[in-house]
Design a protein around this ligand. Structure first.
Ligand code: KG4
Ligand code: ZN
Length: 341
């Protein structure tokens, strides 16, 4: 008997990318359309929520049409609509949620609200067809730094998280401080290639009572203090050295926490997810650390690390199989917790 094809139309508008995708049976991406607003927000040095919402409302229909077209399907072929409903910017999320509801209502299709971080984690399923839970996942994005034990599809246990800034946020703030601008992560990575990672020692923060929690505000302040002291002493600031030294400090902590969590819980597989996981130094360091410790390492391609809707389609598929259905009262939840329904 031929297996039923489940095609999910997924929508993601939680921050500054308007994205839609058609995903077949959870792991096959038929289309992945992303309209980025980065150029627009760069003018302001970061994401302006009001502008993001307005841009989403302008782009959402053409982006969905393009996703259906590229997938060579119509709404008649779609089994369910999945949409990010949190966490994120409330006005931005509302555009995607309202759109998803309208389509689901008009076409009498199931509506599935997806947690944005569950989406980032599920991005790993797309190119790693053999990856199945349980596994450990380090989620590092602009808004989140979480160490998550993925016990099963849709079952998450948070072992550690940041007490202050997220890893991506620290990249963005340090980039601004050293004059690299927005978005900071890719710019720091690029500048760091020309720099000496041992030029300046920045602290590797430990959070006393919890071995898996993170803190990045200290390293950010250390960079700012270093810049100020250079200015006072009239020492030239070498952007590339600061970028490389800062990146090394953050990456070392991310790797050591993730590896010790994997080892102590006996996890045989470790995945990374979120915008910062496209960082080459983090990937290579994690690959090497996993190899040394006999752990299988997984990561998505860069395009699936930053915000996209294919990851929401992958997560939406497993939620669909688990029977998750949301009603017409689905709302945007800006501070939605992982594992909440
Ligand atoms: O997952 P994402 O696209 O959006 C959120 O859900 O937050 O992550 C965006 C974050 C930004 O802070 C950006 O600076 C960071 O990911 N990022 C990077 C790199 N590419 C993006 N950080 C370090 N290295 C990169 N190559
Ligand atoms: Zn994200």
């Amino acid at each position: 008997m031929e297996e039923k094809e489940i095609k999910i139309l997924a929508i993601e508008t939680s921050c500054d990318e308007t994205a839609a995708s058609v995903v077949k049976n959870g792991r096959e991406v038929l289309s992945n359309v992303i309209s980025s607003q980065i150029a627009l927000h760069t003018l302001y040095g970061g994401v302006v929520p009001e502008i993001a919402s307005r841009k989403h409302i302008e782009k959402i229909n053409p982006v969905i049409e393009e996703a259906l077209k590229q997938a060579n399907v119509t709404l008649d072929d779609i089994t369910a609509i999945a949409v990010t409903y949190g966490p994120g910017l409330v006005g931005a999320l509302l555009v995607g949620v309202a759109e998803a509801k309208a389509i689901a209502y008009a076409r009498k299709l199931p509506l599935i609200g997806v947690h944005h971080i569950e989406g980032h984690i599920s991005a790993n399923y797309i190119e790693n067809k053999e990856l199945e839970p349980p596994f450990m996942c380090l989620v590092v994005s602009g808004g989140h730094t979480h160490l998550v034990n993925v016990a099963d599809y849709g079952r998450y246990e948070i072992l550690g998280k940041t007490r202050d800034d997220a890893a991506g946020e620290a990249f963005d703030k340090v980039a601004r401080a050293i004059g690299l601008g927005y978005p900071g992560g890719p710019k720091i990575e690029k500048a760091a290639r020309e720099g000496n990672a041992d030029a300046v020692f920045f602290p590797r923060a430990k959070v006393g009572d919890s071995p898996y929690d993170f803190s990045f505000s200290g390293v950010k302040s250390a960079v700012l203090n270093y810049i100020n002291s250079c200015k006072m002493k009239d020492i030239p600031i070498v952007q590339a050295d600061i970028a490389a030294s800062f990146q090394k400090a953050v990456v070392e902590v991310l790797i050591s926490h993730a590896i010790s969590a994997a080892k102590e819980t006996g996890a045989k597989k470790l995945a990374i997810a979120g915008g910062v996981s496209s960082n080459g130094v983090l990937r290579e360091g994690m690959r090497e650390a996993c190899r040394k410790n006999g752990i299988e390492f997984y990561h998505p391609s860069p395009i699936l690390c930053t915000d996209n809707a294919a990851m929401i389609g992958a997560a939406g598929y497993y939620e669909y199989l688990a029977g998750t259905r949301h009603g017409w009262d689905l709302n945007a939840i800006p501070n939605l917790k992982l594992g909440e329904r």
